[in-house]
Unconditional design. Structure first.
Length: 148
């Protein structure tokens, strides 16, 4: 309930802040309106009013953002991501089981120290030429010239 009210206030403050910032002139003159040279609605007075309003709305935006962050953190409680994963429900015996049949004891296992890995073979390069109609094997590269 409180978070909903703060979100509504945050939206209203942000829209008002955008409006006040857009009313200001880039050189700091504020919105230029009529009025006497001295007083609240002069160019200088309008600039001061908009500057103060911007500071107040900006501060309110910052405070409401902090309150929303604090309240959202407390709503979740002290639970962490690990607590939400329910790791306690996982059976450790199932994690340690190996998949597939085990080879008999004393035989060489693939990938063990007795067996060497198979050499890698690169695929044969092909050239796709649309004029010849399909993929054709690439010509063998010329051997490098002998070095002296």
């Amino acid at each position: 309930m409180l978070i909903g009210l703060l979100l509504a206030a945050q939206i209203i403050v942000s829209l008002a802040l955008v409006g006040v910032v857009l009313l200001q002139r880039s050189e700091g003159g504020g919105f230029v309106g009529g009025g006497s040279p001295s007083g609240m609605m002069s160019v200088r007075g309008a600039g001061d009013l908009l500057t103060r309003t911007t500071w107040i709305l900006g501060s309110a935006f910052f405070v409401i953002s902090l309150l929303l962050t604090i309240l959202a953190g407390r709503e979740r409680g002290a639970s962490s991501v690990v607590d939400r994963l329910k790791i306690d429900a996982v059976d450790p015996a199932l994690l340690n089981q190996q998949k597939g049949p085990r080879p008999p004891a004393g035989t060489a296992q693939p990938g063990g120290p007795q067996s060497a890995p198979a050499p890698l073979q690169a695929p044969a390069p092909t050239i796709n030429n649309p004029f010849l109609g399909g993929a054709q094997p690439a010509p063998a590269p010329a051997p490098p010239p002998p070095q002296k």
